[in-house]
Write a protein that binds this ligand. Structure first.
Ligand SMILES: *[C@@H]1O[C@H](CO)[C@@H](O)[C@H](O)[C@H]1NC(C)=O
Ligand SMILES: *[C@@H]1O[C@H](CO)[C@@H](O)[C@H](O)[C@H]1NC(C)=O
Length: 313
């Protein structure tokens, strides 16, 4: 083969290999939240999370950012999604599930994409796919639920599997859904500005559970909000809920009860899936212990702007 032609072949082969190599050196792309800081209170993502294994994702759909997710590559689930709550408008969108090309190929588009059939092997390696949830006995639990998002595009964007954890049906449509409604009501009734929400998953401390030997099942779900400016004459019963409050929900009826006790009088269909409401500091204490990281979810505990907002002088 003439040398020039050979060179052309080699270059061609290299170009074909590039996406694959790119998949291995994924740390290059989107390594921080700089394109989506607006979804965090005071444009500050949670502090204290040691970065290894976690991939920030600015959730982009139809050419716009809709929320932010910190994704755990090995577990193939998010640690958390962070968003600004806005009550949904109109009908629930059909659930058309998407994935993140940027997790599979570093040079890929940063827009979430519809799954193709068959699913590319690089996509399967890099994240959870629909097959993982099929016959798993777990539902696809949204961290950022579509009913906390306003426009049709905002809501459709929550149907990306990087915003999803394996959640027991009894929790998803039971106590956890009640919590999501309660937070929405607090926002509507008392919040006078944006409400920043961070909702996450907590893996088992030992004896990890997996679906399809690939996707980590959380033992607990957790959620916290920060509403820096709120009704200045809150009823007494509401005062402890502002500017911040939090909760932890069981995703396993067999878990121990130190974190969330079980109400044995609950209906059998939801027994063992209790959600415990708690102050932000209590949740941060639990996360610190369970994840072994000194996590601070909201800058300055969401207090600085609240003071300004409540006391204009
Ligand atoms: C799902 O639940 C059914 C009924 O309890 C059980 O037979 C099956 O093995 C479970 N599947 C998995 C993947 O755990
Ligand atoms: C604050 O809440 C109270 C009780 O719900 C309500 O009567 C009042 O109008 C609210 N104030 C403002 C400024 O929204």
């Amino acid at each position: 083969m003439p040398q020039r032609k050979m060179l052309r072949y080699t270059t061609g082969a290299l170009i074909l290999l590039l996406p694959w190599i790119g998949g291995l050196v994924h740390a290059e792309i989107n390594k921080d939240f700089s394109n989506c800081l607006d979804f965090f209170y005071d444009r500050t993502p949670p502090k204290g999370i040691s970065a290894a294994g976690y991939q920030p994702i600015c959730q982009r759909y139809k050419n716009q950012y809709h929320f932010a997710t910190l994704y755990h590559r090995e577990y193939r689930v998010p640690l958390y999604s962070a968003y600004i709550l806005q009550p949904a408008n109109g009908k629930r969108p059909g659930s058309t599930w998407m994935y993140e090309p940027q997790l599979a190929f570093s040079r890929a588009s940063t827009e979430m994409s519809l799954f193709q059939v068959p699913v590319d092997q690089n996509v399967i390696e890099s994240q959870a796919v629909l097959q993982d949830y099929k016959n798993s006995n777990y539902t696809k639990g949204h961290l950022n639920p579509n009913m906390h998002q306003k426009t049709q595009a905002d809501r459709e964007a929550t149907f990306t599997l990087t915003n999803i954890v394996p959640q027991q049906a009894a929790s998803n449509s039971g106590p956890w859904s009640i919590l999501e409604n309660e937070v929405l009501r607090k926002y509507k009734n008392y919040c006078k500005g944006p409400m920043y929400v961070i909702t996450g998953s907590m893996p088992y401390e030992s004896g990890a559970h997996w679906i399809n030997n690939r996707v980590s099942v959380p033992e607990y779900m957790w959620s916290a909000y920060c509403c820096p400016s709120f009704n200045s004459s809150l009823p007494k019963s509401m005062q402890s809920f502002f500017p911040t409050y939090a909760a932890v929900g069981r995703n396993d009826p067999n878990s121990a009860e130190e974190i969330v006790p079980v109400n044995v009088k609950a209906k059998a269909s939801v027994r063992g899936f209790d959600v415990r409401r708690m102050p932000l500091e209590t949740l941060e204490g639990i996360l610190r212990q369970r994840l072994a990281m000194p996590i601070s979810l909201f800058h300055g505990q969401c207090l600085e702007q609240s003071r300004k907002a409540q006391d204009p002088c």
